[in-house]
Ligand binder design. Structure first.
Ligand SMILES: [Zn+2]
Length: 173
């Protein structure tokens, strides 16, 4: 399986804000869905152009072809495409999506470590509740399960000791 880079802050970019404002969740679906499909379809580093049957995208996204084209047109600065063959297919120059593609899931670990280190440094390796330096953990203020887009946000991290961490989760319930 190949992985593509999904920026942890995509929801706070003006592009994504405007895309969702204009097309709702379907905008997000088509943009990242298409990048996912492209990633699966092309070899990393290949410069080739790839043609997709719009009916294939229609089946995958459960959206009308007209809707898909209108969303793609909105995203065309990011993922340039051309309509071909009587508007039944789109052609994408895959060299433009290389920035999204990376191999393996190391990224997750690296990004997590980076986030954790930034929070540790900011809070000086000290529990922000009781001041203890023992058994410290990096806590997500807003839970990753409900706020996945804040997973790597330093503002959403807090250093706590084990004991205060347990108390925090007890209070949260
Ligand atoms: Zn503590």
């Amino acid at each position: 399986m190949e992985y593509f880079k999904h920026p942890s802050n995509s929801l706070s970019t003006s592009f994504m804000f405007e895309l969702i404002q204009e097309h709702g969740g379907n905008g997000y679906l088509v943009y990242f869905g298409l990048i996912e499909i492209i990633t699966k379809a092309v070899e990393i580093g290949s410069k080739k152009k790839i043609t997709f049957d719009l009916r294939y995208l229609k089946r995958n996204f459960h959206l009308s072809i007209r809707k898909i084209i209108s969303i793609l047109t909105f995203c065309s600065d990011k993922v340039p495409f051309k309509l071909t063959e009587n508007d039944t297919h789109i052609e994408i120059d895959c060299s433009v999506i290389e920035e999204f593609v990376c191999v393996g899931d190391l990224r997750v670990t690296v990004e997590y470590k980076r986030w954790r280190n930034l929070v540790l440094e900011r809070d000086q390796f000290t529990c922000t509740v009781c001041g203890s330096k023992k058994n410290i953990v990096c806590h997500h203020i807003k839970k990753a399960s409900t706020h996945p887009y804040l997973i790597y946000s330093v503002d959403n991290g807090l250093i706590l000791c084990q004991k205060c961490h347990v108390n925090t989760h007890k209070k949260g319930k």
